[in-house]
Design a protein around this ligand. Structure first.
Ligand code: 9L3
Ligand code: MG
Length: 128
């Protein structure tokens, strides 16, 4: 009994000292804001596998999911966001579902117009 929160996974991909970020196209209240790319894990799906799948689907890149990064962030009542470091393996990111993608330096973390949930991850992302 009882509803469990759906896990939303996000990948923190750092390459040559830059972090991969993506600008959301939807829903309207998040459109135009930046996030760590990812999405809902499937029921029973291992979170690092979900990171690998989501980044392949959304950005056409191959990554290997790794360690948790930063705090859990509750998204409303029903979802919890968890970020995972992800090692880039191959592919240049393509904005398949996003408006655009970018690689940013740590100096740009604070000023990026983040989706509200991901702002809680900034301090931990700086350490990567
Ligand atoms: N979300 C927030 N921050 C993120 C990601 C990947 C997702 N870094 C939120 C947006 C949606 C929900 O989680 O409310 C599900 O994400 P998606 O499947 O729409 O990407
Ligand atoms: Mg997504």
């Amino acid at each position: 009994m009882g509803e469990q929160r759906r896990e939303v996974v996000a990948g923190a991909v750092v390459r040559e000292g830059l972090l991969l970020v993506a600008r959301r196209a939807s829903p309207p209240e998040l459109a135009g804001l930046w996030e760590l790319p990812g999405g809902k894990a499937e029921p029973g799906e291992e979170p690092r596998a979900a990171v690998e799948r989501e980044l392949a689907e959304e950005l056409a890149i191959v990554v290997v999911g790794g360690e948790r990064v930063g705090p859990e962030v509750l998204i409303g009542e029903r979802m919890v966001l968890r970020a995972y470091a992800a090692e880039w393996v191959s592919g240049e990111p393509v904005a398949i579902e996003h408006l655009e993608v970018a690689w940013i330096g740590s100096d740009a973390l604070d000023d990026l117009p983040w989706v509200p949930s991901d702002r809680a991850l900034i301090a931990a992302l700086r350490e990567l």
